[in-house]
Design a protein around this ligand. Sequence first.
Ligand code: HAM
Length: 437
Amino acid sequence: MAKIPFQAARGTRDLYPEDLVLVRHLERTARNLARSCGFAEIRPPLFEETRLFRRSLGESSDVVDKEMFSVPRRGEAQGDSYTFRPEGTAGVARAYVNGGFAARAPLQKWFYLGPMFRYEKPQKGRERQFNQFGVEAFGSPSPILDAEVVDLAMRFFEALGFGAELEVRVNTMGDAADRDLWRARLAEYFEPQLEQRCADCRQRFQRNLFRLLDCKQAQCIELNAQAPRLKELLGGASAAHFAGFLEAMRALGRQPVEDAGIVRGLDYYTRTVFEVHYPQLGARSALCGGGRYDGLVEEVGGPPTAAVGFAIGFTATELALAELELPPAAQLADLHAELAPEVFLVAVTDEDRLPLLGLAGHLRAALGVPVLLDYRDKSFKAQMKEAGKSGARWAVLLGPDERAAGEVVLRDLQSRSEERVAQEDLAGRIAGATAQA
Ligand code: HAM
C-alpha cells in the first residue's frame, strides 16, 4: 500500500462534510440562543499580540506558560511575537476597548464562534485546535447578569437534548483584597504538605497557588479537603454579590452545586466563576467554563468595566453528545439533507452533455437548489445508478429525442414515476412539486 505522506498536524482534525452536520447544528443552536438573549456576534482576529495574552491570562497560567502557538514578528517589531488565540475573552476585551464602547455604549453583549489554539498534549477531549462558542457581556456588575449568562450556557446544552446528566458547579473568586488574604492563608496551609503532594502542585505552589485546589490527584484532593475557603474570608460586597447570584439562579429554577475547587486556570477572574461538567468524561469533564472578570478591561487599557462571560468547548460537548446518542436525529435531518443534491441531470448520449450543462446553470439560478451532473463520462446506465445513490429527489434525462422536441424526461426518484416536460417549464414543475410535498 502506498505510504500516506502527510497527516493533519497532531491535535487537529479534518472536519469532513458529514462531521460538519453536527458542528453546524451546534453553531446554529448557539446563534439562535445568543440572539434570543440579546447577544450580537463579534469576530475578532484569530491572532493577537502575544503580550495581550500574557497580560490578561497571566504569566503563571498553563495556557501562557506552556500552550501558546506563537509566530515571531518581522520588521519594526522584531523580537515580539503574535499568538493564535488560545481563548476568546482577551481579544474581545481588547476589541471592546479599541472600539471605544466604554464611553459611548458601555453595555455590550457579544458572542463568538470559532477556533482556538492551545499547544496541549492531545488526549480525549483535548485538541490543539478546537472550537468554542463564547459570550461576553460588558458594562454591568449585576449578579443577575451572571445568572443569566450561566442560564444561557445551560439552555444551550438543553436545546441539544442534555438533561440531568450535566452539573453546574459555581464558586466565587472574591475581590482582589479577598484573594490576597486567601493567598496568604493558603500558602500557610499548603507549605507543610508540599512533600506529600504531586510534582505539579509543588511547582504551582510558587507560580499559581490557587491551582493546587483543582488538582486531580487522589492524595492532593484529600489534602485539599481542609484547605481554608475563600467563602469564609469574603468581604461584604463580594459576599453579597455571590448571595445575589445564587438567589438569581434559584429564581431561574437552577440548582447549581457550590464547589470550592472551581478556581479556573486563567488569572482574570473576579467574583463569580462556574463550570458545566459532564462527570462521565472523567478528569476532563468540563464542557464549559466562565465567570466574571471585572478587572480585565482596565488591564488591557480601558476604564474600569465590569464583565462576565463563558466559553463552551465543542470537543467535549461532541464526546458527551455521542455517549448519550444525542442530538435526536430529527434535529439534524435538514442539515443531512443539504448534503444530497435535489436534482441529478443525466445525459443519454455524449451529444447531450453540453446542452445539459446549460440546463444545470438555468435550474441552479431558478431554483437555488443543488443540481449535479456527471463529470466522469459515465454511461447512461452508470449515471442513472449514480443519480439513485446520490439521494437526489429528481433525475432529469436528456436524449436526442427530447432535445429535438425542447423537452426533458423528469423522473421522481422517490415514486419512480416520470413525465415529459418542456424545458422552459422544468424549473416551475420541480418547484411546484417540492412546494406540495
Ligand atoms: P476555558 O475553561 O479555558 O475558558 O475553556 C472553556 C472550554 O473550552 C473548556 O471547558 C473546554 O470544554 C474547552 N477547551 C479548553 N481547552 C481545550 C482544548 N485544548 N481542547 C478542546 N477543548 C478545550 C475560557 O476559554 C474562557 N475564555 C471562558 C470565558 C469566557 N470566561 C469568561 N468569558
